[in-house]
Design a protein around this ligand. Sequence first.
Ligand SMILES: Cc1cc2nc3c(=O)[nH]c(=O)nc-3n(C[C@H](O)[C@H](O)[C@H](O)COP(=O)(O)OP(=O)(O)OC[C@H]3O[C@@H](n4cnc5c(N)ncnc54)[C@H](O)[C@@H]3O)c2cc1C
Length: 421
Amino acid sequence: MNARTAAVLEVDKDVQTARKAARGILAAAGNLHDASRADLIARAEKVAAIATAHAVAVDRDSRFPEEAIAAARAERLLGIAVPRELGGEGAGISEIIDVCYALGRACASTAMIYAMHQTKVACLTRHGRSSAWHQLFLRRLCNEQLLLASSTTEGQGGGDVRNSAAAIERDGARITLERQATVISYGKAADGIVTTARRSADAASSDQVLVAFLKQDYTLEPLSGWDAFGMRGTCSEGFKLAASGSSDQILPVSYDKIHAQTMMPVAHLLWSAAWAGIATAAAERARVFVRKAAQRSGGAMPPAAAHLTRANATLRTLRSLIATAAQRFDAASADAAVLESIDFQTGMNMLKVNASEIAVATVMSAMQACGLAGYRNDGEFSIGRHLRDVLSSPIMISNDRILANISAASLLSSAPKSLSE
Ligand SMILES: Cc1cc2nc3c(=O)[nH]c(=O)nc-3n(C[C@H](O)[C@H](O)[C@H](O)COP(=O)(O)OP(=O)(O)OC[C@H]3O[C@@H](n4cnc5c(N)ncnc54)[C@H](O)[C@@H]3O)c2cc1C
């Protein structure tokens, strides 16, 4: 071996050692991540067990799932998405999705409340980085496990999230806001409300900001109750919201950016996870029903077993749809241009439309698999609550509205050259 070869081999040995060390660090980090993910799932399952125990009463009485939310606070699940330096756990989107899914299997209202709270936390975390007020607020949220509600729907505007009627009024550094909030889920139980508003009295309806108010900053005057078909525990009552605070409470980024980069994709991912949880719980009831029916008839599958097969198949599609969208969001999350691209926006909007339709179809298949036992409200195989809850999914920002909004984008996209595109 000549000197040059020996030197190259020596360098190669160094490179190999460095690579091994890097692999070791990556493996250790991976193990840590797996451990924290497993810990998170274990904590979510503890909360889910409590949510399950109270789900029937929450639905029957149309009441806030206080036991489950208290358990979520005890497990410190409300601040998990906040960065560690602010007292949170820095959980990623797929971890929050896991929690929403676990809660959705137990109690749809608890899962939806958690999903709405986490969507607001995501907006504050990503877009409040340069704001001392919001950094402090997130610290408090983690310490005190504050629950945040959302107010976007207003007056007769329905699900038109990208337009606001009520405007921020300014008096020096003080701001006030008064809005007719058609629905604010768990408005009474929340510790704070994050709301959209017109930037100022002379701003266009689409020139919006997002503001965080703590309970001490506002009053809620009841406008309407919540006696709904499903999602009865979200207590989505209507209120006149009258809030005041400091202009620091307005996020420093305009709402059009917040909506595109965080609010819409995160809401659609987390709502979809909650709906997947409902669909899974219904399919699980159908599986036990069909298994029992087969046992009773000496192993022969009942004719309705085909509906269970269909429920399992659509559930598989739903899970992979959400997982793929979550990966896509993760990959794009550092790049505002990608997040705001037409392709990404269309994909995340279509996730909501598709996930809601598939979740409804899955629960319907489960109901058909159980037949009368699924249709009745009593008994261990009742699918009634699941069906009523999941039917909120196509109307929670109407699928028709979403499809109409993105119809122009459909003209722009050409046929992909390969299936992986
Ligand atoms: C369980 C639940 C919890 C909620 N919690 C909150 C909350 O905490 N805070 C909050 O602000 N909001 C909340 N909402 C409201 C939600 O965000 C939407 O605003 C609401 O679902 C839309 O209501 P809508 O059907 O009256 O409105 P619209 O969007 O006006 O839809 C009404 C109907 O009009 C049709 N339609 C509307 N636009 C179009 C269009 N462009 N093309 C074709 N057809 C169209 C659709 O067929 C739709 O069925 C909640 C909703 C639900 C179901």
